[in-house]
Write a new protein. Structure first.
Lengths: 423, 423
């Protein structure tokens, strides 16, 4: 006779099923990367099921632990660190200590993937450059992030997001014509570079698996991404337009710019009570839906006359509320939207429908209450499943002992650097 | 006796070697996607070595063929289409015709991956939803892009980039406090969603390969990404800050905003002759390097006093040239950079060092000259190799006959829709 499952049993069963679906389950990643780009790649690999172990220097760890947004800290680490490093483990190692380096080499020999974002030359000095690591583990996928590649005059330029934006030309795409360069207000270069790195690592894993199937060849790889190359790729539409259009520089519209290469009405406009985004589409139906004959121009003029058209449109839209306009635009099936802020977004049923919110928890230590961070999940769904690990970012060195005991042979746990890893 | 290789033989050999390194060589992707997000995923998979075949409707094809930036066209297709679809093939099929649908089903039975971005419900009507396709090919990786997920009040909202930006809150991060929402001036939601889709597809391919190794189980997958979820993930730092900080909305600085959650000096400033980006770092050394005692504040005030500090800094930086300041900042190892535009970037030795420019060519047709498009390459390097296929975007239906003759059984080439595929 079978017993009906309890609600908890059903939940557990669903969770176990979800875990078994994780596509990268069974793969191990060693993350020597700090700050955002490399760790963002690691976060995604962890979300997809890989075991990601941060290799951190004793005492301070990933420098991101002490880099705060708005001076916000959780349990001794910046909230920023928590955001990027949830769902990972932490192993402390002083790469200048032969003892610790030996432990790291043993881990590398067993790992599937490693990532680092040291400046060019540093890994060679330590002896963990690709050639050396490949000798330990010919099948490893070695991921490397740099600011601007490995040669040329910017090799030693700091690989920081705003600076990568500054040298990529991207500042001339946002904002209106009379503004100076307007940077994108978040770490776009880091995030793109991290996603590209993860892509390259995954592609190399696919190749490794396929090579094994086809005869057992060992195929590791070195995968390199850089902030600069990612920012260039990000602008591939604009740069291709520039390159094939007599190198005419992007020219933002005077008002309501949202894309330097697209004509009116493409932009965000103020209404009587708020804001409205109007995307692409023919001008005639738009003019009719809004009751605005002034913008009823020929579509062939949408780019060349965009300032005049946008000025008329902006003036007209200010006379009524967003709701008023949205009703008319929706009725005419014109591509438009209200503009929301975080308050409106997070309370919106459409946001709740995608269930992007995620709570992660650090277990309590020494009897203290456990700590919870509210954050967002991996944006992918596989077989309808959302990946929602509730494991928080690790304390510095939290997993050192466990990893030494389970993955390392003949490890002596009494060592100088170990003392520093305790919280 | 061995002959020395000619220069051409050496080049061919190097090229063949490069091709054999392509990590996704041997995999086939069918791309039902249009516009940017899905095709951007396809572009990256093609760059990494997959054979990507666009499945396009006879007559008009991917709607992006007729969507132009700045009214620029090449050989009958928009330059934009060329940018996104280089290195792919084109197969024409009318999904409403049983004959064509049968051909597509045969292709699906042989494919490794497919992607589409039809609105929710469309693929079910055609009979190419995941359940149906899985029945044809249990191991296929089925990639799906939507605007806002598959349920909730935004399911039928147009999945367009600016609208996805509008409903994600991202407009409140760029520009200065007194501006309204400032959209990012490029298709950020599409690009992120495309990279996420490619990540998920690659992760599913890794799992499929590993499952085969471990006992031959057939493990396909449905991978879903959406513009909204990608935009939420993109803002994970800001949203986590908001969620753990009493839901305080992001507040841009009054001047030189570059990140609503970071303090002074983080921003781009006007100099006597141009612009300069100054990133993060302590205020004392910055004040000293610039000879600007007014900004020599305590670092704990860098966020709370950012408007005052940035105002003083902006005033000071306007008194000298970018070169003047950069010499001082570099000497003090402070994170700063000149700001470049596309002209300066593309002529810069540092840009030439990363070799991102790429020329692609469409072979001549009917004796006409072949057409060349200047664009940019895949941002990744694997084993030091850059991926530089020179294959241009396909003409509509360019590969239909070849694919019918080589991949389809008992195919009759005389069919009504075929006539429309010719150029």
């Amino acid at each position: 006779m079978t017993q009906p499952m309890s609600a908890m049993q059903q939940t557990m069963s669903a969770k176990q099923h979800a875990a078994s679906q994780l596509p990268l389950k069974g793969l191990t990643v060693l993350e020597f990367s700090q700050y955002l780009a490399g760790p963002y790649a690691g976060l995604r690999l962890a979300d997809l099921g890989a075991r990601v172990i941060k290799i951190e220097r004793p005492g301070s760890g990933d420098a991101c632990r002490s880099l705060a947004t708005k001076d916000l800290w959780v349990d001794g680490d910046s909230l920023l660190f928590h955001t990027i490093n949830r769902n990972k483990e932490s192993f402390c190692a002083d790469l200048k200590s032969p003892h610790d380096l030996n432990a790291v080499r043993q881990l590398l020999a067993q790992a599937d993937v490693m990532t680092h974002n040291f400046r060019p030359g540093v890994m060679e000095k330590i002896g963990l450059d690709y050639t050396s690591v490949k000798a330990l583990n010919p099948q490893i996928i070695y991921g490397e992030v740099s600011g601007y590649g490995n040669e040329g005059p910017w090799v030693h330029k700091p690989g920081q997001d705003l600076l990568a934006q500054a040298v990529s030309g991207v500042g001339w795409l946002s904002g209106n014509r009379k503004q100076g360069p307007v940077p994108l207000g978040l770490a776009i270069a880091d995030m793109l570079c991290g996603t590209h790195l993860a892509q390259g690592i995954l592609a190399a894993l696919v190749r490794r698996q396929r090579a094994r199937k086809n005869g057992g060849a060992v195929v590791g790889a070195k995968v390199q991404a850089s902030l600069l190359e990612s920012m260039v790729d990000f602008q591939f539409e604009g740069l291709t337009t520039y390159l094939n259009n007599d190198r005419q520089l992007p020219d933002r519209s005077a008002i309501a710019n949202a894309h330097a290469f697209l004509g009116a009405p493409y932009g965000i406009y103020q209404t009587k009570d708020h804001w409205i985004a109007i995307s692409m589409g023919p001008l005639g139906p738009l003019a009719e839906a809004l009751g605005c004959p002034a913008i009823n121009k020929n579509d062939s003029e949408a780019f060349s006359q965009r300032d005049a058209i946008k000025t008329d449109l902006a003036k007209h839209l200010r006379t009524q509320t967003t709701d008023h306009w949205m009703t008319r635009l929706n009725a005419a099936a014109i591509w438009a939207s209200e503009v929301v802020d975080y308050d409106q977004l997070l309370d919106h049923p459409a946001f709740k429908a995608v269930a992007m919110e995620l709570q992660v928890s650090r277990p309590s230590q020494n009897g203290e209450t456990s700590l919870t961070v509210n954050t967002t999940r991996c944006p992918l769904r596989i077989n309808g499943q959302r990946f929602t690990s509730h494991k928080a970012a690790p304390r510095l060195g939290e997993d050192t002992d466990h990893i030494r005991n389970t993955l390392l042979a003949n490890s002596t746990t009494a060592h100088s650097s170990q003392g520093e890893t305790a919280q």
